[in-house]
Design a protein around this ligand. Structure first.
Ligand code: NI
Length: 394
């Protein structure tokens, strides 16, 4: 029945799941204990057909036996190489590894949704697939692998969520169209000719070339991208030299490009290559350029997002549902949204009154745990709405 509300018992279970996962974080593609734990919880619930599509992912399928839509609900499970600095009872027990992005919360919210929908399956038609995905944080990511294996076959719609540190706890952030950027990466080497710092005329100084290249890259977004489009070009790593009086042979630059539109994404590396080649050859240096495509952009389907938003407004009230601006972060849920109508929403998890203010990927990131039931409730109510069993006519 809608609106479904999370019972205090289920909320306590969700928090227990989250804290267990938080204490035992694992990095991308290494989620062995995590996936075993999730699999066990799902088997204990006994509503599902549980399989392991890859060594560290878990799929639970709820078959109602009645014709209807196939829903895919996704949670990611991986942690980050960060040393936790929180002082909480459920602090990470793994040195140098931490759930600093909230994927522990995503998994717990989804286990809660699985239990609730299992208990309410008499009200449903069609099929619900719960995918507990590995490796969101590290390209090529787990989503692409699952898609290649046929996870989306027959799927009518996909839902996913991310906790949102900047969002007030208990609020939902949702929007149509592009939600996350395509996070690409570049790696370039400028080769000059090193020598004595006091005799630069006998060298080709790659540091000076690199400085020109970095400056020129700043003109790509400002001068070549349509001002109504968004893009970022950031040089973030610069390795050169090892002594104050030696001009090095080579400089290495790395960084990231973030875009939304496909044409912008296609054009920027071409501009970079031209600037790099032109500047390097002008100085008598040579350069190599490697550009690695990251995840595509998550794009929310307009109709599905409208439906999810309507459910959110119905259960939480208009003032708890916020329009959210697209983020320059990347997210491999994009591989689902590329192929099926999808909606990826944010669940506010910040609570300044409790000191929960640190951003994602920070050693003191934490989530306001009461927010978890908000995410669970939205997943459950959306599926109860979109996969509602037709009323029998008397
Ligand atoms: Ni994340």
């Amino acid at each position: 029945m809608i609106p479904y509300t999370v019972s205090p018992e289920l909320e306590a279970r969700i928090v227990t799941w989250r804290r267990h996962l938080h204490q035992h974080p694992e990095l991308s593609f290494q989620e062995h204990r995590t996936s075993a734990y999730v699999e066990q919880q799902l088997r204990d619930l006994s509503f599902f057909m549980v399989t392991r599509p890859t060594p560290t992912s878990v799929l639970a399928v709820l078959q109602t036996g009645r014709p209807g839509q196939v829903a895919l609900l996704r949670a990611d499970m991986d942690a980050l190489p960060i040393q936790e600095e929180n002082e909480v009872s459920y602090v990470s027990q793994v040195p140098g590894v931490m759930h600093a992005c909230g994927h522990d919360g995503h998994t717990a919210m989804m286990l809660g949704a699985a239990q609730a929908l299992g208990e309410h399956q008499a009200e449903l038609c069609g099929e619900v697939r719960f995918i507990f995905q590995h490796a969101e944080e590290t390209p090529p990511g787990g989503a692409a692998e699952l898609v290649a294996q046929g996870l989306l076959s027959g799927v009518d719609y996909a839902l996913g969520a991310h906790l949102w540190a900047a969002g007030p706890s208990g609020h939902i952030g949702i929007g149509s169209g592009p939600q996350t950027a395509a996070p690409d990466r570049f790696d370039l080497h400028i080769k000059g000719q090193g020598g004595h710092a006091a005799m630069p005329h006998q060298t080709v100084d790659p540091v000076v070339v690199a400085a020109q290249v970095i400056s020129a890259f700043q003109s790509i977004v400002s001068r070549t991208v349509d001002p109504l489009e968004s893009a970022v070009v950031s040089v973030t790593q610069l390795d050169a030299g090892s002594a104050y009086n030696v001009i090095p042979d080579e400089v290495r630059l790395q960084g990231t490009v973030r875009t939304f539109a496909a044409e912008v994404r296609r054009d920027i590396p071409q501009r970079m290559q031209r600037l790099l080649d032109g500047i390097s050859s002008g100085f008598g240096a040579s350069a190599t350029f490697e550009y690695v495509l990251g995840y595509p952009s998550v794009v929310n389907d307009t109709a599905l997002t409208g439906a999810v938003r309507a459910v959110a407004v119905k259960i939480f009230g208009e003032e708890q549902v916020l329009n959210i601006a697209p983020s320059m972060a990347g997210e491999d849920f994009a591989y689902f949204s590329e192929r099926v109508p999808a909606c990826f929403f944010s669940v506010g998890s910040g609570n300044p009154a409790r000191g929960i203010t640190f951003p994602h990927h920070h050693p003191r990131f934490d989530i306001d745990e009461p927010a978890l039931k908000t995410g669970t409730a939205l997943f459950v109510n959306t599926v109860l709405t979109l996969n509602a069993r037709p009323q029998e006519t008397p």
